[in-house]
Design a protein around this ligand. Structure first.
Ligand code: SF4
Length: 154
C-alpha cells in the first residue's frame, strides 16, 4: 500500500519584479485552484517538498536561497518560475545578478515566461510532483537495499 502526503509548496521571491509573484498567487486562487492537486502553501522550509522560485539570484540573496534549500527535507524538488528564475531573464546583465536559480541550487523543472502564466506554472508543478514521487520511490528502494546489505553482513 502506498501512503503519500500532500505536496507542500514554498514560494520564494529572489529578485522578481513581482510580475511572476502575482501569477504564483493567482495559481493558488479558486480561478486556477492549484489546491485541487492537494497542494498546501507553507512559509516554513522544514515543511516544504516543492520550492518555487521567482526572479534571478543576486549577490545578496544567494545565501538565503541556499539556506532555504538546505532546510527543506529530502526528497525535494525545485521549480524555477519565469524566465528570470530560469536564467536571469532581462536582468541577466545587471551588475548584481548572478544568474538563474541553478547558479546556486539544483533545479528540477524550468517554467519560462515573462510573466509566467498560472497554467504553465500548474503544468510545471504537476511535473514537479511526478519527480518528487520518483525521488521518494528511489529513496525507499535505496533504504531497502541498505537494510538487505546490512542483513547479509550480520
Ligand atoms: S520573468 Fe518577467 S515578470 Fe517574471 S520576474 Fe522576470 S521580468 Fe518580472
Amino acid at each position: 500500500m502506498k501512503i503519500s502526503k500532500s505536496p507542500w509548496l514554498l514560494h520564494y521571491d529572489a529578485s522578481s519584479c513581482n510580475g511572476c509573484d502575482i501569477e504564483v498567487l493567482a495559481a493558488t486562487t479558486p480561478v486556477y485552484d492549484i489546491e485541487r492537486f492537494g497542494i498546501i502553501n507553507t512559509g516554513n522550509p522544514k515543511h516544504a517538498d516543492i520550492l518555487v522560485i521567482t526572479g534571478g539570484v543576486n549577490a545578496q540573496n544567494a545565501t538565503v536561497v541556499k539556506q532555504i534549500y538546505s532546510q527543506m527535507p529530502d526528497p525535494k524538488v525545485v521549480v524555477a518560475a519565469g524566465i528570470c528564475a530560469c536564467d536571469g531573464g532581462i536582468f541577466k546583465d545587471c551588475y548584481n545578478i548572478l544568474g538563474g536559480t541553478d547558479t546556486v541550487i539544483p533545479v528540477d523543472v524550468y517554467v519560462p515566461g515573462c510573466a509566467v502564466r498560472p497554467e504553465a506554472l500548474i503544468d510545471g508543478i504537476s511535473k514537479a510532483i511526478a519527480m518528487l514521487d520518483e525521488k521518494k520511490q528511489a529513496a525507499i528502494e535505496h533504504a531497502s537495499c541498505q537494510i538487505h546489505y546490512e542483513d547479509k553482513e550480520d
